[in-house]
Design a binder for this molecule. Sequence first.
Ligand code: ADE
Length: 227
Amino acid sequence: MKIDVFTLFPEAFAWYASQVHVTRAAELGHELRLCNYRDHTPLTHQQVDDTPYGGGAGMVVRIDVVAAALEAVYDVPCDAVRGERRVVELTPKGRQLDDALAAEFAAHDLCLLCGRYEGIDERVANLVSDRVSIGPYVLSGGEIAAMAVADAVLRKLEGVISNPESVVAESFAPDLEGALEYPQYTRPAEFRGWKVPDVLLSGDHAKVARWRAEQSQRATDMTRRRS
Ligand code: ADE
């Protein structure tokens, strides 16, 4: 699959793009492409944003700049891009990202539109197929949210995570029926009096599986009670 991220700050993705599972995804033929709105702006002085009509604080990313970037990259009218891929605006006003949405996105090519400042001009609604939030709080821009979406999606692709069992049994996965993952421990078996549960050292696989199922249920019940 292709994930194209449109942003004013492509350098923000350097660390993420260098992570081993992202480079593995690239080796498998998937692509994470970074597109800078500024490289395609039709305005002078590489302008990309403007003050809001009606007044108020901050700057708004211009719709003509977003449209020009989409048309330069995809070579189709900007409102046709969503016909061939999911075009996702990252915004706190969007549908909240969850595991099911990540799985849905994994079946498509993606174009992720990051806003900055006061976001993107509302007319971006004419260009997108989805508006997605990563949680009920406001970030300074869409870049962190785009990385969250890209990562949740890339993990769903076959071969990207070296041990497929870790994806099948992780929190929210269908195999856990949407439950949270059981707790994990590693060496040392005891540290400053804090012990790893005996059952995990027992070598009894059936008992371990039962314990993990119980723990997973308990973690899920506790989280649901808190929310
Ligand atoms: N941009 C700013 N805040 C955001 C959020 N919570 N989710 C997605 N994009 C955002």
